[in-house]
Design a protein around this ligand. Structure first.
Ligand SMILES: Nc1ncnc2c1ncn2[C@@H]1O[C@H](COP(=O)(O)OP(=O)(O)OP(=O)(O)O)[C@@H](O)[C@H]1O
Length: 904
């Protein structure tokens, strides 16, 4: 019945009698109930055979017949009215659609042109850059047509083209022709001329071969671009305005031939690709369109010999598309004279221009076609072009079938059958056209290996023929990648809907497809688009035999976008067997949705006896309660990880009882921990002062400020007493790599250098610094550090940084007192000890003024007993200082002064 109905619609399509193709009319003519007709038509439409015209009553036409009659492809299966269908097909292609490659290699260029010319408010100037004959002038003109269709220009507004190379010997004339001139402006200017810029006002001025513009003319031009006003040649008084959109073209690199000032005013440079970069499919389209034009002109059919055809396809014409067109015209003229009496013109190798026949390139091209003596009819080329779009037709049919079924809530397995039918029809076509050189092709071998591996891993019943078919599919996809990609961008929404539908209904196929696409990407660098994954999934559902075999199912469920599927994928790979399916639970999904998914999955798996559910935590632990299937044992285990999944998977493969598997997993899955401390210790300079933490902190800041930025060294402070007491056992030494200590008194840490602050003040030898830092800092950084130290550690700077009291006064007091003490002790201290003591005692006084006593490390009683005389002398010599600042230097403080002097 279905065939009969199709035949009926076909006949009326052929007769352009579309009105007779409604369900009511057909049912009347065939004497069949409307329901039957409607149902059969639905099927035919789902298979992509019919175009549906959504007017009242709804009409149908047979797509293939309609396209044949109107010699035009229809890209949609549904239109709003008969008028829309007939007008889209009778209408000429509009503006950029005429450009061969507009939806392929030139798609980006087309969007750039559209964007630039429509840029608000008045469009922007653009530069077309590319070799000769690539279509720059054609693109400029199509941009003009586009602007008119878009209403950016009115119908009257003009496109004026100027080829600047024609004025190469007379640049002044070009300037005058562009900007206009007044009578008498130059010899021969016998009347006023308004110029092309004025003529093109409101429209487009196309300046071709713009590299021939003189610098003076370029200057005049960019002034005009800035002001939209200009002077005519010979009239520097009057300003003329013109609102013209400018398009430039050149075959030379614009930066090399144009003034930068002009280039800056052309925001968009669009590169036009050479013929070589256009791909085979577009080349065939170009050939077809150019030969067809000649065929129509000559009113004779044209055939091309296979050898000549191979040259048209592969020869690298220096004049690009223009060169190809010229060559085709020459050949047609040549052939016409030698075939005058025949019905058809046959283009032979010898009709080609001599320079091509004698070129070196030719040798390599023709050898590929040595054995073919056939000819190809120009009209046949059209079907070659269409053959390339079989893939798009199939993909389109897959999508529309899915939509029809989901809209009508129809039976899913019927949809599967219908879609698979579409896919198989397409496979038949491409297998018929296939030209795989199966033994040589790198891709062929790679794809074969991948499917071979997948077949073994998953136990798929993929025959070698299936693999060959899939191989042809991937090859066809590769060849048409750009068209498929462009098409699928436009269908993104429906594709993602179908993909997520399949992910929820074909778990097994989804996982296998994921793996296949990963391999194709990793080994063959093939980008597998979602729509192609969809085809794999449908195809695989015919060759997977898991449903009948599996008595035990294992599913991983986990929170997170892809946690469960990642664990399942890794585990299946480790086990080299397909054991686990996965259901991901994105965190915004509730448990009810997951239960629904789980039940759908279980229903799709047929009969099974045991179910292993591996979950991570929380609500998923109770998920078994929602399972509808009550006839199987369900084992659920939580805290899932790849390790536990592996052990469970192993048990499943070995067919061990469920309980044994779980018991063993529990036993071994105790969690252990170990903390591996950071191995890389920080480099640290320690500041520690007997005068207290305050001084140490100030010292730290000065040092830090002296260190170059970017050196991996930290400056820290540390309590002096703790250093003295615990020595190397202080935590700071285990946690860090301490380079040296800087401070007022040496805490004497074993094997650790100490730099007394006075050394930084009075010496410039920096022996310790050099030694400790040269492996950490570059010579340059070390040098900067030392210079900064010299600057920052001058005595006056140190004093003003360390103390808040008047540093000069304080230093004077301390220096006087220390002089008195040296006299009293009858001792002359070295200048470094003196400097150290200046700093130390100054800080000490300041601390006492601030009421901060030093913590003591020494045995005060014993010190007092043994050094009473020293204590007395300090007290005497420092009395003046004590009185002036109102402080009392205590015995522990005197102890530190004693240490200083003792170390001198
Ligand atoms: N994409 C295309 N589709 C169809 N025909 C094209 C295409 N590109 C170029 N042509 C045709 O090729 C010929 C050369 O194109 P055109 O003169 O625009 O090239 P051009 O880059 O401006 O060359 P030149 O730099 O020598 O001026 C024209 O006949 C044009 O119609």
């Amino acid at each position: 019945m279905r065939d009969k109905i199709l035949e009926e619609i076909k006949v009326h399509t052929q007769n352009n009698d579309y009105e007779s193709n409604s369900v009511v009319e057909i049912s009347k003519r065939l004497q069949v109930s409307r329901n039957v007709v409607a149902s059969e038509i639905r099927q035919l439409f789902a298979q992509g055979k019919l175009i549906k015209i959504n007017q009242k009553p709804i009409l149908y036409v047979v797509k293939e017949i309609f396209e044949e009659i109107h010699n035009q492809k229809v890209d949609t299966l549904e239109v709003d009215s008969l008028h829309v269908l007939t007008s889209t097909n009778s209408d000429e292609k509009r503006d950029f659609e005429k450009l061969i490659g507009y939806d392929g290699s030139l798609s980006e260029l087309v969007s750039q042109c559209k964007g630039t010319i429509s840029y608000p408010p008045n469009g922007l100037p653009m530069m077309l850059y590319g070799p000769t004959g690539t279509g720059k002038s054609y693109i400029a003109r199509l941009t003009y047509e586009y602007a008119k269709h878009k209403g950016l220009l009115s119908k009257e507004q003009r496109f004026i083209s100027v080829n600047c190379s024609e004025y190469a010997n007379n640049p002044e004339l070009l300037t005058a022709n562009l900007f206009g001139h007044v009578k008498g402006a130059f010899t021969g200017a016998d009347k006023d001329n308004e110029g092309l810029i004025a003529l093109a006002d409101g429209g487009i001025l196309f300046l071709d071969e713009v590299h021939n513009l003189s610098p003076e003319c370029q200057e005049k031009l960019f002034q005009f671009m800035d002001l939209a006003e200009y002077h005519r040649v010979g009239d520097n008084e009057n300003w003329y305005a013109s609102n013209v959109k400018l398009i430039f073209a050149t075959t030379e690199k614009p930066e090399d031939v144009l003034l930068k000032t002009l280039l800056r005013r052309i925001p968009m440079t669009i590169t036009v690709p050479s013929l070589k970069e256009r791909g085979l499919h577009e080349r065939v389209e170009l050939l077809y369109s150019m030969f067809k034009t000649e065929q129509d002109k000559l009113q004779k059919k044209i055939r091309i010999s296979a050898k000549a055809y191979s040259i048209f396809l592969a020869y690298d014409f220096p004049g690009n598309i223009g060169g190809l067109r010229g060559c085709i015209q020459t050949c047609c003229i040549q052939a016409m004279f030698s075939n005058q009496d025949d019905d058809a013109i046959v283009i032979q190798l010898h009709d080609l221009p001599k320079d091509i026949l004698e070129s070196e390139q030719l040798q390599s091209i023709t050898t590929n076609f040595e054995n073919t003596g056939d000819t190809i009819a120009v009209d046949e080329l059209d079907s070659f072009i269409k053959a390339e779009s079989y893939i798009i037709q199939m993909l389109h049919n897959v999508l529309t079938t899915f939509q029809t079924y989901t809209e009508n809530d129809a039976n899913i397995s019927e949809m599967d059958v219908s879609i698979n039918q579409n896919i198989h029809e397409y496979f038949d076509k491409i297998l018929y056209h296939a030209t795989l050189s199966t033994d040589k092709d790198f891709y062929y071998k790679g794809i074969e290996n991948i499917f071979d591996m997948i077949r073994n891993r998953y136990g798929l019943s993929l025959s070698n023929n299936d693999i060959l078919t899939l191989n042809c599919f991937i090859m066809d996809y590769r060849k048409n990648y750009i068209s498929v990609r462009n098409w699928s961008y436009k269908q993104a929404e429906q594709i993602s809907e179908l993909l997520s539908y399949l992910e929820n209904h074909k778990y097994y196929e989804t996982n296998i497809t994921k793996e296949i696409t990963n391999y194709l990407h990793a080994y063959l660098d093939l980008d597998i688009l979602d729509i192609v994954k969809i085809v794999f999934m449908f195809y695989l559902s015919n060759v997977t035999n898991h449903k009948s075999e599996k008595k035990r199912l294992a599913v991983i469920l986990a929170h997170g976008f892809s946690t469960a599927s990642s664990i399942a994928e890794a585990t299946n790979q480790f086990l080299d067997t397909y054991v686990f399916d996965a259901i991901d639970m994105p965190i915004n999904q509730d448990v009810q949705t997951i239960i629904k998914k789980l039940n759908e999955y279980l229903n799709s798996m047929g009969k099974f006896e045991e179910l292993f559910l591996l979950v991570d935590m929380g609500s998923l632990e109770d998920i078994y309660k929602g399972i509808q299937n009550k006839q199987a044992n369900i084992g659920i285990i939580n805290n899932i990880s790849t390790k536990t999944a592996l052990e469970i998977g192993n048990g499943i493969i070995q067919n061990r009882p469920m309980e044994d598997i779980f018991d063993e997993v529990i036993q071994y899955s105790k969690t252990h921990y170990h903390i591996e401390k950071n191995q890389l210790k920080k480099n640290v300079i320690l500041c520690s002062c007997a005068s207290g933490m305050g001084t140490a902190e100030k010292l730290r800041r000065i040092l830090k400020d002296s260190l170059p930025v970017d050196v991996p060294i930290e400056v820290q402070t540390y309590n002096y007493n703790e250093l003295v007491e615990k020595g190397i056992h202080n935590k700071v030494f285990t946690d860090n790599h301490v380079l040296f200590i800087v401070g007022t008194l040496n805490p004497n840490i074993e094997n650790l250098p100490f730099i007394p602050i006075e050394e930084l003040i009075i010496t410039d030898s920096f022996a310790v610094l050099n030694h400790e830092l040269q492996s950490i800092m570059s010579a340059e950084q070390l040098d900067t550090f030392k210079k900064k130290i010299l600057k920052n550690f001058s005595l006056s700077n140190i004093m003003s940084s360390l103390t808040i009291l008047n540093p000069n006064k304080l230093l004077e007091h301390v220096a006087d007192a220390l002089d008195r003490l040296q006299n009293a002790l009858d001792k002359t201290l070295s200048s470094s000890t003196c400097f150290g003591l200046y700093v130390h005692i100054s800080c000490l006084i300041e601390r006492l003024v601030m009421n901060k006593e030093v913590e003591t490390y020494l045995d005060v009683d014993e010190f007092t007993k043994e050094n009473q005389n020293f204590i007395n002398l300090v007290k005497q010599t420092f009395r003046e200082v004590e009185e002036y600042y109102g402080v009392d230097i205590s015995i522990p403080e005197i102890g530190y002064i004693y240490d200083y002097i003792k170390n001198d």
